[in-house]
Design a protein around this ligand. Structure first.
Ligand code: DQA
Length: 149
């Protein structure tokens, strides 16, 4: 059976393209979604994307993903640094989740260095702009052995 991925974006990422392009790049969220979809479609993998500015809605999306997705690529935005709720949701759904950041959070302000989520994710990709998302999707493709070596 072919695999499906939830591409989930947290708060303020709806403004990508216009929001601090010197930090986050000039690509819009729609363009990023389309780029990741192109990448995984080449392997016959389905992608559904969603964005929310609300913590509880992100929890709902993660819970729903249990019913249809095989993995999640997730940029939690600032909730990365604060949310025990999202950490618990990621733990609860028992799906492989890759945490993604456009910017290198480890090279920015001290409060961004800590992720409450990374420890319950399969891994973290940060610092490669929009390409971070493609690298994260590739991590799932590799996990499922669509990609080798
Ligand atoms: C971000 C990094 C977070 O610290 C920040 O709050 C964001 C975006 C990133 O993709 O680089 O909203 O997740």
């Amino acid at each position: 059976m072919s695999k499906s991925i939830l591409l989930l974006h947290g708060p303020n990422l709806n403004l990508l393209g216009a929001r601090q392009p010197e930090v986050y790049g000039s690509m819009t969220l729609d363009a990023i979604n389309a780029a990741v979809e192109r990448r995984v479609a080449a392997f016959g993998v389905e992608l559904r994307s969603a964005q929310s500015n609300h913590e509880g809605e992100l929890v709902d999306r993660l819970h729903e993903a249990r019913c249809w997705a095989d993995g999640v690529v997730f940029n939690p935005g600032a909730y990365t640094h604060t949310s025990v709720v999202l950490r618990d949701a990621i733990t609860a759904i028992e799906l492989p989740v890759i945490e993604v950041h456009l910017s290198n959070i480890h090279g920015r302000e001290g409060f961004r260095h800590k992720s409450l989520l990374a420890g319950v994710c399969l891994g973290q990709v940060a610092g490669f702009g929009w390409h971070s998302y493609v690298l994260a999707a590739d991590a799932l493709l590799r996990q499922w052995e669509y990609l080798r070596d």
